[in-house]
Design a protein around this ligand. Structure first.
Ligand SMILES: [Zn+2]
Length: 56
């Protein structure tokens, strides 16, 4: 498996990392409050995301 710490979130999103490693992805993008399960974007407000998932 590739080393996630050397990869951009863009590359991770392209290879489906969010779906396969969602919990790990959440850690990578905190302290954002929400992230998008479709695009891999993170945001303070869920209104800026098309498929928001809350980060704990
Ligand atoms: Zn989205």
């Amino acid at each position: 498996m590739s080393n996630t710490e050397d990869k951009t979130l863009c590359a991770l999103q392209e290879e489906g990392y969010i779906e396969s490693n969602m919990e790990n992805f959440k850690k990578l993008i905190q302290p954002a409050h929400f992230f998008c399960k479709n695009c891999g974007r993170s945001a303070v407000s869920e209104n800026n995301l098309c498929n928001p998932e809350k980060l704990s």
